[in-house]
Write a protein that binds this ligand. Sequence first.
Ligand SMILES: [Zn+2]
Length: 239
Amino acid sequence: MTRFFHLERGAGERQKGTYKARHKWGLPGVTCPHCHATWASTGFNYPALDLTNHPAAKKLAKAYLEKDFEEFELLREQLRPLLPPDSPLMPGALFGPLVGTARGPFAAFLQQYGDVVLVRPDALARLHAAGLRGLKGVSTELRFRPKDVEELLELAVEPRGLLHPDCIPRSTQPPCPKCGRHGFSLPKEPVLDAASLPLDLDLMRLRNFAMVLVVTQRFKDAVEQLELDGLSFRELPVR
Ligand SMILES: [Zn+2]
């Protein structure tokens, strides 16, 4: 049985370099007419989706709260065909490249926030050569400093795999049929749902807790053998 690890936001001393950025486009937050929650998700990032010539690009370029739920649904349905089937499209989902500034020099990985991992192209090439699966580097629109520093890529991480149902408190309402909200906190000791874990990927984000990035033992072994710095691993039990 493969072992799985949470990519925890790197400890301060592991981080080299810093950035200040946002994804270029995103779905707005909503107030749901069914469950009445006002909310936006975190972690459903689709950096490879380019909306440059999309009719809704201008509207999606600003972060806002959409008061008209039908308008939110219209926006969402326009985007759905552009993503792989079965991609969760929650309020607050983000699209396109990171825009902003970054300052190096960088470690092999920069995980400044839990749900986003940037990687140096040379490190990504070595991981591909080591046979890791599902690692897709996407160009950013960051302005990199100093001038001659290597430019980082963002890893596009597929939403696959689930937290085990036991991680969800019994008092939690089931997912809202209208907006999809499933409101619960990440437990201190998360457990993965064995049946949900993909066999064809070495990096994923959890579909029911998209902030959480998970890698396989193969990924951890390759990173350690290649002495690539910047990441912290914590094993997650599976059942
Ligand atoms: Zn709702």
